[in-house]
Structures are given as structure tokens and as C-alpha cells.
Design a binder for this molecule. Structure first.
Ligand code: SF4
Ligand code: SF4
Length: 397
């Protein structure tokens, strides 16, 4: 294999048809390539073997509770926004067996899942989703309790980001400071240059491994005009955001409005279906299920995604802590936008817009924030800190 002379930070031009050479270089290194493809009339992420499986020439129309694919007038590989899948489907799978136990003549033997994790190469990771991955890294790998399943998959992942060439109807990454240009967390980042008589990719090297792999792909020197073109694309995408959210003082705003009438209003519309939590790239709640067979000789424990919108999720003996829809929606939104900051140091929302598109009744988190923001009602001052102090005062009373 030819030694790469590329360095971290370099940018080069790659002809669009040579994207297949990147696939080949990844396959030769035993990566399982996962990227966008069309299934059931939506763009999902799945295993790919060829660039022909990408949604070439397709785009999406997105709005609250609405998603439709439609043809583009060009042959763009990545000319659409995010769909219902996110990379957590692979790094933090919806269902995974934690262990199994078998009974033999000496009793039960427990075998933990110890398989070598797959080498995933993710292609088409948007800037908002790079931020979402960083948030889940923080949750699963940077605290006291390390999630070994997530960590083993994450550490092996090779990430090819895409700088968005157009925003979706429900995107608001600019408001959240998470896009549209990929600035960190990738091995390679590409921008599609789609001009008349020209279809090329500007590839930026993010890591030494990215440089080594890109060395196998035919490329040419990038010109100043090409870099200016990529900057224009990102600036254009930033101006196209379908939604915006004013995040100034958002934590204090939500803590200060724990009893705002808007929570009843949204509760009257919310179906508590949990779609928003399933599609959200940062939501991480799970439950654990044990399964046994009828003979009592085999048992398994599975971890599955759960949602704070279900009654059972907060069930303690005697009942559910959050028995009303109001309490469950409020818990989700205040966690995303306020308590997450106290807990993990960042917002739990990256502005990808998935929860708006995939809500069957078009509940819009940006609209819910706006409704509280625009009202003058700030009645019950609530914060976990105040609650703690209140609890201590009561205990001392
Ligand atoms: S906000 Fe929408 S997606 Fe989320 S639980 Fe309610 S109805 Fe379902
Ligand atoms: S809360 Fe909604 S917009 Fe924010 S990251 Fe989750 S799905 Fe995306």
C-alpha cells in the first residue's frame, strides 16, 4: 500500500466516482460501512457495499409530523437532511443481549457477551450528529460509570462527516451551535461541490488514520476557489434553517416555569408515543428484560431502549412518579434543554429536528420553548438546587 503523504488538516479534491475507492479502501481494512440508503420511503442508515446504494439524486421535504422523499435535479450523494435513524442505532443499539445463562449438572453458568465489536465506518455523519455522538461519549465514557458496549464500538468507529449542502425543514443546528459545518470528531469530512459540468468532493483530513485511508483514493490538490466554494455552501445552509430556538438563558427560563400553563397545553396534544425519544440522537434511557425458557435451563438478559414518555419508566413500588402526560413531556423537555446542562455540561439537544419531523401530532420543541419564552408568566421558581435546599430546610424544620 502506498504511504500517504497527507496530513491532518489537509484538504484535497476527489472526483465523485472515486468515492467508491474510499469504500474499497475501508472494506480492505475490514470496516463495515454504514451510511444512508432508502428503505420504506425514508432515508435510513444501513450497511452499504457500494456507492450505488446511497440515495443518489434524492432529497427530503420535512416539517412537523411530515417527511417525504422527492427527486433532486442533480446526482448529489448527500442532498438531504437527517432521517429517523441516528448513529446511536449502531453505537448504542436498540436491543442488545447483556448475558445468557445455561443450566448444567453443576448449576447455572453465566456467559457475558464478549464478542469483538464490529469495526464500523460511518459515512455521511452531519455536524449535528457529531455533536450528538460527543454528547453520548460524555454520558457513556467520560463519567464514573463506563458503558463497555458503547465504548468498544465507539473506539473502533471511523467517521466520515458530510458538510450539509442544504438544511431540512425542521433543522435548527445554528441555534444550538452544532452546525452546519463539521469542525471536530471526524476522520474525514467531505463537501459536495455540485456545479454545472462539475461534480467533485472536497475531502478534509481529520486524523492520521483518515490521512492513511484517503491516501488510497485518487485525489488532486485543492484550489483556493474550491475552499471558498465550501465556505459558501456552509454559509448558504446556515441561512436556510427551517427552525430556530432562542437559547439565551434557556435553563433559567425552564426552571422558572415549572408550572407554566403551556405544559397542560402540550399535554393535551401529546400522545406519549415516545417517537421523539426513539429518533433523538442523544436520548439514552433503557430498560432491562430477563427472558427464560419453559424448561428453566436457559435465561437471557437484554437491554432495550426505553422512553421517559411511558408510565412504566418512572414506576416505583406503588405507582408511577410521572403519572400525567404533562409531567412526562415536561421531564423530557426540561431534561434536554436545562437539567442536561447541570448534569453533563452541555445541552442535550443538537437541533437535528428529528423529534419535530417524527412526532405524529407535530409537536415542535422550538415552538414549545418560544411559547414559554414569549409569555410573561414566571410563577414558581424551580431548580434542582432550590429543590435540594428546600428539602434540606424541610428536614431541618
Ligand atoms: S411529543 Fe410527539 S413524538 Fe413525543 S411522545 Fe408526544 S406525541 Fe409522541
Ligand atoms: S431533542 Fe429533538 S432536535 Fe434536539 S437532538 Fe433530540 S431529536 Fe434532535
Amino acid at each position: 500500500m502506498a504511504e500517504s503523504v497527507l496530513q491532518v488538516g489537509d484538504k484535497v479534491i476527489v472526483e465523485s466516482r472515486n468515492l467508491q475507492r474510499l469504500f474499497d479502501a475501508l472494506s480492505a481494512r475490514d470496516y463495515r460501512i454504514v451510511g444512508p440508503t432508502i428503505r420504506d420511503d425514508v432515508i435510513v442508515y444501513d450497511e452499504l457495499s457500494s456507492i450505488d446504494e446511497l440515495p443518489i439524486g434524492w432529497t427530503d421535504d420535512q416539517d412537523g409530523g411530515n417527511y417525504r422523499l422527492k427527486n433532486r435535479e442533480d446526482e448529489a450523494f448527500f442532498g438531504y437532511a437527517v432521517g429517523p435513524y441516528s448513529w446511536k442505532n449502531f453505537l448504542f443499539p436498540p436491543a442488545i443481549r447483556l448475558w445468557e445463562a445455561k443450566r448444567d449438572s453443576n448449576g447455572f453458568k453465566i456467559a457475558e457477551e464478549g464478542e469483538e465489536p464490529d469495526n464500523f465506518a460511518f459515512i455521511g455523519v452531519r455536524s449535528c450528529d457529531l455533536h450528538a455522538i460527543a454528547i453520548q461519549d460524555n454520558v457513556f465514557m467520560n463519567g464514573k460509570h463506563i458503558d463497555s458496549i458503547y465504548k468498544s464500538r465507539r473506539e473502533k468507529a471511523f467517521i466520515i462527516a458530510i458538510n450539509c449542502g442544504q438544511a431540512g425543514g425542521t433543522c435548527f443546528c445554528v441555534s444550538m451551535g452544532t452546525g452546519p459545518q463539521a469542525t471536530f470528531g471526524f476522520d474525514l469530512a467531505l463537501t459536495e461541490l455540485l456545479e454545472e459540468n462539475r461534480y467533485e468532493l472536497v475531502m478534509e483530513v481529520g486524523t492520521e488514520q483518515g490521512a492513511e485511508i484517503l491516501g488510497d483514493v485518487p485525489h488532486q490538490e485543492v484550489l483556493t476557489g474550491d475552499i471558498q466554494a465550501t465556505d459558501r455552501i456552509s454559509a448558504h445552509t446556515a441561512r436556510q434553517m427551517g427552525r430556530m430556538m432562542d437559547t439565551t438563558g434557556i435553563k433559567e427560563l425552564l426552571y422558572g416555569n415549572f408550572e407554566h400553563p403551556r405544559w397542560e397545553n402540550v399535554a393535551s396534544r401529546c400522545l406519549t408515543c415516545g417517537n421523539c425519544t426513539m429518533v433523538c440522537p442523544t436520548c439514552f434511557c433503557t430498560t432491562v428484560e430477563d427472558i427464560t425458557n419453559l424448561t428453566g435451563e436457559h435465561a437471557e438478559r437484554w437491554r432495550k431502549w426505553d422512553s421517559c414518555f411511558t408510565m412504566d419508566f418512572s414506576y416505583l413500588h406503588g405507582g408511577s412518579v410521572r403519572s400525567s402526560v404533562k409531567a412526562r413531556y415536561r421531564q423530557w423537555m426540561i431534561h434536554k434543554l436545562a437539567t442536561w446542562i447541570d448534569q453533563f455540561g452541555t445541552s442535550g439537544c443538537v437541533g437535528c429536528g428529528r423529534c419535530i419531523t417524527w412526532c405524529p401530532v407535530a409537536i415542535d420543541i422550538t415552538e414549545e420553548v418560544r411559547a414559554i419564552h414569549d409569555s410573561e408568566l414566571i410563577d414558581v421558581v424551580y431548580s434542582p438546587k432550590n429543590e435540594k435546599e428546600k428539602g434540606e430546610n424541610n428536614a431541618n424544620a
